[in-house]
Design a protein around this ligand. Structure first.
Ligand code: ZN
Ligand code: ZN
Length: 591
């Protein structure tokens, strides 16, 4: 925000002939929207600074390495400190009259209030600190501190030395917190802490010994290093023991049930409908997508097969998808093919006047740097909020490290058609374009830290459909068939998540949904099943964001009739930054 608002307000107060009034009061009267926004931005900066004090691990993940030495303990005192933070900031944030703020700042206020609500809900209602053993793991931050280049070798090792001090206490508290763990999260806790144990390796100790740390620090380092290893090992042993006990006395169910699910959905997604309503929409959309796929299959069948089409229509769809998946790039051309497609997408967006793409911020496609690999595929990497001047890249991982079979299966998944949809989703006009808009138009630290994930994913999913509707790919039926398969995955994520957590869906039913009704491979489906037993709600974010954006567009078309312009809709929608779609909706529908 520009500081001109305050300066203007003050000078008006001095010149305006109200000397008899206290200057502050007079200034408050003339504080316009820009000035209100500036005051609110100061408040949110203060909020963030205080948040890092009670959540130093989060700060480290955001690139604030000055917090690296601080290990917070998961004890009652920490929970009380969080609740005190919640009470204080809820009052301060609520005291700001929303109507006086500009739209982008209003949504910042909403996001911060939602965040404090989430903190309180987690401690008082969800209580995963009592049942999720995987929540206790020191590895993540140690890994980050050790692998990122943020300071000198001595700074890094000093931070590790400090951080290690209370590791034994940390795990002792974890054990007493866990009054009723689930089997699934206990297994995950074991697995993930085993991974963390590897960080405390002989190499790390050797690194400390070879450093310029003082003699005393080196001795301390070794002692704390061994104590940390010991603490993690015995936590793992403790969890293994509890797992054994669960064979006779079952632990808590991993299914959180309808009440908690609705509450978590409201806080995490911030949608304009309930989880149940979204689930019902998803079931309808699943049927529609399948019907479209059957229609296309009937139309294309004789082009690809000489045998008659099976009477089981979903089986026919599957056979056609299998056939088409053979059309894919050679593995060595994967990255260059992606690189080639980007200008075509830019051209399409420009020619069809869908969105103004800032030509000064072209998308840079690069091979994923080695230190970021681990997952195959493509991703957008944007600079963090504290990483000024960083570039935005479209990272595409070459298939170098895959065996022949793995590469073939991957290439079939990202076949000729799906690869185009992926590029729309990740790059243009999906995530990358959204990111450029959110950084330009209503950039705020609040939104880059606590932005609404459903809006961000929903936009990318919306972009896929919108591009095809506008004629990208020339309405080729093969492309549409693959699109529906891709879209069906998003839809079924919602059905699966709600089904498992609320409706008691069994593994058999879940696998049937993903494999037989959504045409997924067995491996992908079983990974998804596992993910949906360990997390809740997050899997619905793609579909819920998409559904709400699409619905908003259709509602505005109705309202504006012939005046509706797609480009105008896109630009206005994106101008609010990563705010919940329901907030954007109320801002756009009222104008
Ligand atoms: Zn092949
Ligand atoms: Zn995405």
């Amino acid at each position: 925000m520009k500081p001109t608002g305050v300066v203007l307000a003050l000078s008006l107060a001095l010149l305006g002939g109200c000397q008899s009034q206290p200057a502050q009061q007079a200034a408050a009267v003339v504080c316009d929207q820009a000035c209100q926004a500036q005051q609110f931005n100061q408040l949110s900066q203060q909020f963030i600074d205080e948040l890092w004090q009670i959540a130093p691990e989060w700060a480290v993940y955001q690139g604030k390495y000055e917090f690296a030495p601080m290990l917070s303990l998961p004890n009652e005192a920490e929970r009380q400190a969080t609740l005190a933070f919640v009470a204080k900031w809820r009052a301060q944030l609520q005291a700001v009259p929303k109507a006086q703020l500009p739209a982008a700042t209003q949504t910042d206020q909403t996001l911060l209030l939602n965040l404090v609500d989430s903190f309180e809900w987690e401690i008082r209602r969800f209580k995963s600190w009592q049942w999720n053993p995987s929540q206790y793991n020191v590895g993540g931050v140690f890994g980050r501190v050790l692998s990122e280049q943020w300071g000198s070798e001595e700074q890094v090792l000093q931070a590790v030395l400090q951080r290690m001090q209370n590791v034994p206490q940390y795990y002792a508290i974890a054990r007493t917190n866990l009054t009723n763990p689930t089997k699934e999260h206990t297994e995950l806790g074991i697995l993930q802490n085993q991974g963390s144990l590897q960080l405390f390796s002989p190499e790390l100790l050797a690194r400390a010994k070879a450093s310029d740390l003082s003699f005393d620090d080196k001795a301390n380092f070794e002692q704390r290093f061994l104590a940390s290893r010991q603490a993690i090992s015995s936590y793992i042993a403790h969890l293994e023991q509890r797992l054994q006990q669960m064979e006779t006395t079952p632990g808590r169910s991993f299914r959180i049930g309808e009440t908690l699910y609705e509450e978590k959905f409201a806080l995490d997604i911030q949608a304009g409908m309930s989880a149940k309503q979204l689930y019902q929409r998803a079931v309808q959309d699943k049927d529609k997508a399948q019907q479209q796929m059957v229609k296309i299959t009937e139309q294309l069948w004789s082009k690809y097969f000489s045998k008659p089409m099976p009477t089981d229509k979903l089986l026919a769809v599957r056979q056609l998808i299998d056939k088409l998946s053979a059309a894919h790039v050679e593995r060595e051309n994967f990255v260059s093919e992606v690189r080639q497609q980007i200008p075509e997408l830019v051209q399409f967006v420009n020619q069809h006047d869908l969105l103004t793409l800032d030509p000064t911020k072209p998308l840079v496609v690069r091979e994923t740097p080695a230190y970021m690999r681990g997952f195959a595929g493509a991703s957008i990497s944007a600079p963090g909020p504290y990483d000024n001047g960083g570039n935005t890249y479209y990272n595409v991982t070459p298939l170098d490290n895959m065996g022949a079979e793995e590469a073939e299966s991957y290439l079939r998944e990202y076949n000729h058609w799906v690869l185009q949809i992926l590029n729309i989703h990740e790059a243009i006009p999906g995530h990358y374009a959204q990111l450029v808009y959110s950084n330009n138009e209503s950039s705020s630290l609040v939104k880059s830290l606590f932005g609404n994930g459903a809006m961000v994913e929903g936009w990318a999913v919306y972009a896929e459909r919108m591009m095809l509707e506008q004629g990208y790919g020339d309405f080729e039926p093969e492309l549409w068939l693959m699109y529906w398969k891709w879209n069906l995955r998003v839809i079924c994520n919602t059905i699966l998540d709600y089904g498992i957590q609320v409706r008691g869906m069994t593994e058999e039913q879940g696998m049937d949904l993903l494999v037989n009704q959504a045409f997924q491979q067995q491996t992908e489906a079983s990974q998804k099943w596992r993910r949906a037993t360990l997390s809740q709600v997050q899997l619905t974010s793609y579909y819920s964001g998409f559904r709400e954006i699409y619905d908003l567009r259709e509602a505005l078309k109705q309202q504006q009739g012939e005046d509706f312009q797609l480009k105008q809709f896109h630009q206005q929608f994106l101008s609010y930054g990563s705010a919940p779609v329901k907030e954007v909706r109320s801002l756009m529908m009222s104008n």
